[in-house]
Write a protein that binds this ligand. Structure first.
Ligand code: MG
Length: 123
């Protein structure tokens, strides 16, 4: 399923996080990033133990995506920098997934050949 995060949502998060930084300051926003990142980690761990719902994980993931914009703002970079980093990270993940799939396919082909050879050899 392909559902990219619409740029307009990232732009909105970015604009609001810049305003939040202006309202509450850089240090407060740093702490907010840490807090929300921790909440996502906690929600995932709790979900694995049956103590959090999938929706709770999704809610924390949404918070984490929003504060990702705050993380960029507190180091005085901008949405363009975030987008470039996202593209690079997605390209790297795509390459790793493609490599995994290619190796899995090669192993399946090798197993099929081995099975045929064993069958022909009467093993
Ligand atoms: Mg949260």
């Amino acid at each position: 399923m392909k559902v990219p995060i619409p740029s307009i949502l990232l732009e909105r998060a970015w604009a609001l996080e810049c305003r939040a930084k202006a309202c509450w300051g850089q240090d407060a926003q740093r702490l907010m990033v840490c807090e929300e990142a921790g909440e996502l980690v906690s929600a995932i761990a709790q979900h694995a133990r049956g103590r959090a719902t999938a929706q709770e994980v999704v809610d924390e993931a949404a918070d984490a995506i929003i504060v990702a914009c705050a993380a960029v703002a507190v180091v005085d970079l901008d949405l363009v920098d975030l987008e470039q980093a996202l593209r690079a990270k997605l390209d790297r993940l795509q390459s790793r997934v493609n490599d995994h799939d290619r190796k899995k396919q090669q192993m399946a082909i090798a197993a099929m050949h081995n099975g045929r050879e064993n069958l022909e050899a009467g093993k």
